[in-house]
Write a protein that binds this ligand. Structure first.
Ligand SMILES: [Zn+2]
Length: 363
């Protein structure tokens, strides 16, 4: 805590700070003045006041860089990193000093350069939640959410009581993304990641609205692409459907699409692999859409999609019919009621919360 002397030195009441410091307080460690050591503070001000000789003392004076200063009006507290000019009344902490010294820098740039000048390690930025992806049961009840952070990172949470969250997946049955649409869909795309699933759904929205005979679903696994990330429990949901696997343009993506195709081919009517042409390395369907392609382009590619010919569990090769290569624009029939209440339906019922209390908790 600041002493009375410190408060007088600051020229402000306790708890106040200059606006720059306040504005970025959340970016700084909680310890006073960013937790800088005496050496770091001294190094910082020595670097920023290159023409001054700053003794290694608790309290030093220097010429103020913020006004024409014939005296040494600037007081610096080297233990706390605080400064005040008795000539122009400028004052603040190290970040405030940096921003006033280099007004063209963005707040984040100023923070970086301040740490650099102090010879201090830049603390890890607090991660920011930028997106939540809802994983729901067949009837739309929330099972869990995948959380996307910036800088890039992922987490999970499941609903607890009274709007609280458990930040884990304990006791959760993982399901494919956008499950209700997957269950009612007859043309299903499997992409890598929720962002791609949302973007492709949006991209095909107008087409979907004009073609009620086709029910498009776009799904993905909550674990991303990679060996073992596609769970066997997802496969029955693809019963009776036309499935198109769309790998990202890298080796992991291609291998993963192959694994998904193998899994769902035990249940699906037909399985295809559509590798979008013209993607850069690691490019995905979001990039392809972003490049300005049209829905017409998309369906033209779809008609040439490679039918998946893989092995079933028993090891026998299966040829899967390609409904797109018969020269017509015929699309798959809507899935029958029996298919809905078949394997996938049984599976869906298993996923539902059992009791009314569960429902309340999830609501
Ligand atoms: Zn001054």
């Amino acid at each position: 805590m600041p002493t009375a002397e410190g408060k007088k030195f600051l020229g402000v009441a306790e708890g106040q700070a200059d606006s720059a410091t306040l504005e970025h307080a959340s970016l700084l460690p909680a310890t006073p003045q960013g937790g800088f050591t005496f050496d770091q503070i001294h190094r910082y001000f020595t670097s920023r006041l290159a023409n001054e000789r700053l003794p290694r003392a608790k309290q030093v004076s220097a010429h103020c860089p913020f006004h024409p200063d014939d005296h040494v009006s600037l007081s610096i507290n080297m233990e706390r990193g605080l400064w005040k000019c008795h000539g122009c009344s400028a004052h603040g902490g190290m970040l405030g000093f940096e921003r006033q010294r280099f007004p063209d820098l963005s707040p984040e740039e100023a923070r970086h350069s301040m740490y650099l000048a102090a010879g201090a390690e830049l603390p890890k930025q607090r991660r920011r939640l930028i997106n939540t992806y809802r994983y729901v049961s067949a009837t739309g009840i929330l099972l869990y959410e995948k959380l996307r952070y910036d800088p890039k990172g992922f987490g999970y949470r499941r609903p607890g009581e009274h709007g609280s969250w458990f930040f884990d997946l304990v006791g959760v049955n993982k399901v494919p993304y956008r499950l209700p649409e997957l269950i009612t869909g007859n043309l299903v795309f499997v992409v890598e990641g929720e962002r791609d699933a949302d973007n492709l759904t949006e991209f095909l929205k107008a087409y979907q609205q004009e073609h009620s005979e086709i029910r498009i679903a776009v799904t993905t696994s909550c674990d991303g692409a990679g060996d073992g990330k596609w769970l066997a429990g997802y496969n029955p949901f693809f019963s009776g459907k036309t499935v198109v696997c769309m790998p990202d343009n890298d080796e992991v993506g291609k291998r993963f699409a192959q694994q998904v195709a193998e899994g769902v081919s035990q249940f699906a009517d037909s399985v295809h692999i559509l590798a979008l042409p013209g993607l850069e390395s690691k490019g995905d369907v979001t990039d392809w859409i972003g490049a300005g392609h049209t829905v017409g382009d998309f369906f033209a590619l779809l008609k040439d999609a490679r039918p998946f010919t893989g092995s079933v569990a028993e090891g026998g090769a299966v040829e899967l019919a390609n409904p797109f290569d018969n020269g017509s624009d015929t699309w798959p029939e809507p899935m029958s009621e029996s298919a809905f209440y078949g394997l996938a339906g049984d599976f869906v019922r298993l996923m539902e919360p059992e009791t009314e209390a569960d429902r309340q908790a999830l609501r």
